[in-house]
Design a binder for this molecule. Structure first.
Ligand SMILES: Nc1nc2c(ncn2[C@@H]2O[C@H](COP(=O)(O)OP(=O)(O)OP(=O)(O)O)[C@@H](O)[C@H]2O)c(=O)[nH]1
Ligand SMILES: [Zn+2]
Length: 371
């Protein structure tokens, strides 16, 4: 079936496509179909971008491309522009490649830009699975994990949890239990740089045409893991030593094809995602706690009777200003984790009656499969 689809694409004028190489960078049948709509254009995937120059991987190797004037003119906002991981439709014109289309994304990771504008900034697109890295020692924090899970679900990618530095943890089992509670149904890996089996398991879980990325707080061991997955050689050839200035390839490549298949997106922005908001939300824990004393569960702390927050402000325990910034943060979805959790719980309730009921059902299913 696969070859048939590919064949029909070739006859549609996709002569640029070379099955072997393009499959390698995640150009699956699904994308081939989408690309088929643009008969006269060729396909590429964005591996990095800088100053309006997009570095693409194509069946003909790495090329640099720019967006067309028309594209720029019709783009409604920054989210319409190509980003790392995007599949784009291009045409080679007078020695340079021009991007005319971005294929509809399967998933997209964005980040709120720092500063006043609060505009969404594109980080990466078309990531299938996001590995959330958390260390089993000092970085271990279930609240933060929830935040990362929310970011991942919101992006459209599937989360996976990687618990790193197992060698520095004495009670791996109990922490693993706690994580399975929080990340219900999510795959969990335990790794340590002291042994190979952890990252090998991670590697084996990544299918050949799958695109993955790693997020987590600084210092939890993402680079260590990524280096193990990529192998040093690839990092070097894909960009670090490749600084051919004349062809604008100085940008470090951010999308890598792993030695045995699988595509890894590694942008600094991606790794830092959400950490700031997590810390911010922690600083409002007093308001959170107070709101549990409000008469209404969904109190907006505006003019509702029995509002404990307003009362505290009257009593001078904290300022109106503080409530204002709290609201602002809430609007900015830093509290999305709570909402997402509620949503998830409601879904579970609807489907199973309760969380414990769901667990029972799950173990029943597992038991049945074992037999
Ligand atoms: N004991 C132990 N140390 C580890 C492990 N993994 C990484 N480290 C160490 O932890 C430190 C941080 O690791 P990195 O891989 O640089 O962490 P990172 O998440 O990439 O951090 P940033 O680059 O700041 O984002 C380094 O000194 C690593 O050697 C592990 O499994 N066990
Ligand atoms: Zn209130």
């Amino acid at each position: 079936m696969t070859s048939q689809k590919l064949y029909s694409y070739y006859t549609l004028g996709g002569r640029f496509l070379n099955n072997y190489k393009t499959k390698e960078f995640g150009f699956t049948d699904e994308w081939i179909e989408k690309a088929g709509e643009f008969e006269d254009l060729q396909t590429g995937r964005v591996t990095s971008l800088a100053k309006g120059i997009y570095k693409l991987i194509t069946s003909q190797g790495d090329i640099n491309a720019e967006i067309s004037g028309k594209f720029r003119f019709t783009a409604a906002g920054p989210l319409d522009y190509p980003t790392v991981g995007d599949f784009v439709m291009i045409r080679q014109e007078a020695g340079s490649a021009i991007i005319h289309q971005v294929l509809p994304r399967k998933s997209v990771l964005t980040r709120k830009e720092a500063g006043m504008t609060q505009e969404n900034q594109l980080i990466a697109a078309n990531v299938d699975r996001i590995f959330i890295c958390m260390s089993l020692n000092s970085d271990f924090n279930l609240r933060r994990l929830e935040r990362y899970l929310t970011i991942t679900w919101d992006s459209g990618a599937t989360p996976v949890v990687v618990l790193t530095k197992a060698d520095l943890c004495e009670d791996v089992t109990s922490k693993l239990d706690a994580v399975s509670e929080t990340a219900f149904g999510v795959d969990i890996f335990v790794t340590s740089c002291m042994s190979d089996d952890g990252w090998q398991n991670v590697k084996e879980s990544i299918a050949k045409e799958q695109t993955v990325a790693f997020i987590g707080s600084s210092g939890v061991g993402k680079s260590t893991l990524i280096n193990a997955l990529l192998g040093e050689d690839l990092m070097d050839t894909n960009g670090l030593r490749n600084d051919d200035k004349g062809r604008h390839t100085t940008t470090r490549c951010e999308l890598f094809v792993m030695p045995d298949g699988g595509i890894l997106i590694d942008t600094p922005g991606m790794r830092e995602l959400g950490v700031q908001s997590v810390d911010l939300s922690r600083s409002f824990s007093d308001i959170d706690e107070l709101s549990t004393a409000c008469r209404f569960n969904d109190c907006q702390h505006e003019s509702e009777p029995g509002c404990a927050v307003k009362e505290a402000i009257t009593e001078g325990k904290f300022t109106d200003e503080r409530l204002h910034s709290y609201r602002k943060l809430e609007r900015e979805a830093a509290y999305a984790e709570m909402r997402a959790r509620k949503r998830e719980e409601e879904k579970i309730k609807r489907m199973f009656g309760s969380k414990s009921e769901m667990k029972k059902k799950l173990s029943e299913v597992k038991e049945k499969n074992r037999r």
